[in-house]
Design a protein around this ligand. Sequence first.
Ligand SMILES: [Zn+2]
Ligand SMILES: [Zn+2]
Ligand SMILES: [Zn+2]
Length: 184
Amino acid sequence: MDNFLNKYKFKAFVPAYITEKTGIIRYVPTDMSNEDIYKSISCDTEVISIKRFMKKVEGKLSPLGTVAVTFAATTLPQYAYIQLFRYPVHTYIPPLVQCYKCLKFNHSAKVCRSSQMCSSCAGQHSYKECDVEEIVCINCSGNHLAISRDCPIKKKKIEEKRSKYVNHSYAAVTLYTGRASYFA
Ligand SMILES: [Zn+2]
Ligand SMILES: [Zn+2]
Ligand SMILES: [Zn+2]
């Protein structure tokens, strides 16, 4: 336990862009804690942290079968083993962040300095106060909500992010940004 905590804490002081690579494994039994997994995982690359994905259901967090595993490496191992089961390691692609204030991408409302914009009509107000009937996307001027997955600009941003992470999985040095969002 102490060892686990020490390692976990220590991680914060290691320059992440040189030594770490995060992948995901799926279908890990949900009754295993992060610590259980950390203690029983084995693979040919050193594991430095484990973080299970959680889902909020009716205000309560419940564990998902998907687990993020951070390795002390610049490339991901192909497999990790937990209690004799073999888990393929996949590249982790963090979800695209869309600001709920200005509705642009790759930053959150917490750090946004722009005005509150409407996700329904693209006006300068919250969608909650919106009384405009016409739906206009602020990013592409299309006839959908700014948060819609049908938005061609949003689709493009998602694709850009995906290809950036996939291409980088074999690069010697990968600069990870926004890690706070999935280790928070
Ligand atoms: Zn913003
Ligand atoms: Zn509006
Ligand atoms: Zn759009």
